[in-house]
Design a protein around this ligand. Structure first.
Ligand code: 4AD
Ligand code: MG
Length: 428
């Protein structure tokens, strides 16, 4: 039986197993707060209620020991989760050594001991929400008739710019870890029409920010016979579905993380504003007193500033061509901008989705690859997508840890993944 089930039962005999979360002993009593994946509960071992051996074990017990207990559960308003168990049987499965983590340790120490820190209530709560988010992504795309489809992780070409590529020695030849599935997903829409995946992406980010990992989970989709408007609808629909599922499933975890649900509700209830890049510059100037020259990309500070005006994510469309990737479709009515958008999350969580309709014109793609110093012949497999029955298509990528960081209200993206990888952190 798990703790949550025992609490639900509320009275009578219960039998539980778990780990010692807290312990405190006196002459006649031992208080053990027991932890399992579902909750914590206070257990009281009374010397007079158990055998000599059980009492000796109770006296020896340290935090994180694994135990089995049996006893009577009853409501007790003073106990941490409102119930208490009066223990009649105690069986220690494993006596823990002194657990290295206690209160007030440094961020570095906790990162070095990440494998143990995962057991903390905050990390456990994040991990449960993370599980909900992954489930919600699958659910959303499958409900829209997308096929789950995978790209290779070893790739022969770049997609999002050479500066963040991880090069791997592949039997003496250079290959790259996937920055995105995109160039291998576009060919697949000619077979499956609508595809999605959740997979790791790799970026050699040399910046130490609260938003960048070198290995992150990327939820991507690619759809054909649909255009820029539909891509915005899918992005908004996906984020709304994730928020809905987390609010339905994880009220308890949000509470443990001290995340105010009311900060998330607007994203569920209101449509996400859709503004062009040019309009965004106007908002920045008029409301934030920040002047950005047309043609410059929005940096973190500008994204944070503009988001002070919104309580839902927003979709910023029609960025200047020169700040966006080679594959984004030129706006036929204004060749200076592209049919691409970034979705920005509120409260300073930054870009959560990058999207675009794909450029259909083979010559334009080749031209823009050359401008970036790329050799188009290396991209032949990709360029073939524009040669044999080319159709309107596009897609997006969502940084899953960015979404989790926002939903959970985390200070850093590093706490949105079990074992974060950054420029300075690749252990344990
Ligand atoms: O905007 P990006 O670079 O777009 C692409 O990779 C497209 N090929 C996606 C597509 O159209 N299929 O990355 C997409 C998202 C970003 O919006 C951000 O949320 C996340 O990936 N992301 C990162 N998350 C964590 N750490 C990093 N270093 C990230 N870089 C991008
Ligand atoms: Mg982007």
């Amino acid at each position: 039986m798990q703790i949550q089930e025992a609490i639900k039962q509320g009275t009578g005999l219960v039998k539980l197993h778990g780990w010692v979360y807290r312990e405190r002993k006196s002459k006649e009593l031992a208080f053990i707060v027991l932890r399992d994946s579902t909750n914590i509960i206070q257990c009281v071992v009374k010397k007079s209620n158990v055998s000599e051996k059980e009492w000796a074990d109770a006296e020896k017990i340290l935090i994180e020991s694994s135990v089995e207990i049996e006893g009577e559960i009853k409501e007790d308003k003073r106990a941490p989760t409102g119930y208490e168990i009066s223990v009649t049987k105690l069986n220690v499965i494993h006596f823990s050594e002194v657990f290295p983590i206690n209160k007030g340790q440094s961020v570095e120490f906790l990162a070095d001991n990440r494998h143990l820190w995962l057991r903390s209530r905050k990390m456990t709560s994040m991990l449960k929400i993370r599980s909900t988010v992954f489930g919600a992504i699958h659910e959303y795309f499958r409900s829209k008739n997308f096929y789950e489809y995978q790209s290779p992780i070893f790739q022969s070409v770049q997609c999002e710019g050479g500066s963040t590529l991880f090069e791997v020695n592949y039997f003496g030849k250079p290959v790259f870890l996937a920055q995105t599935w995109q160039l291998y997903a576009e060919p697949a829409v000619f077979a499956l029409e609508k595809v999605y995946c959740i997979a790791p992406s790799f970026r050699a980010e040399k910046s130490k920010t609260s938003r960048h990992l070198t290995e992150y989970w990327h939820a991507e989709m690619e759809t054909s016979w649909e255009g820029f408007k539909e891509l915005q609808d899918y992005g908004e629909g996906l984020v709304k579905h994730i928020v809905k599922k987390v609010l339905e499933t994880n009220a308890e975890e949000l509470k443990i993380l001290e995340r105010d649900e009311n900060k998330l509700k607007p994203a569920l209830e209101k449509p996400f504003p859709r503004i062009t890049y040019t309009e965004a510059l106007k908002v920045l100037k008029e409301k934030n007193n920040l002047q950005v020259e047309w043609g410059k990309d929005l940096r973190t500070i500008e994204e944070d500033e503009i988001m002070k005006n919104y309580d839902t994510p927003i979709i910023v469309t029609h960025y200047p061509k020169q700040v966006k990737a080679f594959y984004m479709k030129e706006d036929p009515s204004d060749s200076k901008v592209v049919f691409g958008y970034d979705m920005l999350a509120p409260e300073g969580y930054g870009e959560v989705i990058g999207a675009s309709e794909r450029e259909p014109d083979l010559e334009k793609i080749k031209e823009r690859l050359k401008e970036q110093g790329e050799e188009p012949s290396n991209y032949e497999f990709y360029l073939d997508t524009r040669k044999y029955g080319s159709v309107q298509h596009g897609g997006f990528g969502m940084g899953v840890e960015r979404i989790i960081a926002w939903v959970c209200g985390l200070e850093s993206i590093k706490d949105a993944i079990p074992f974060p990888r950054t420029m300075l952190r690749y252990k344990p």
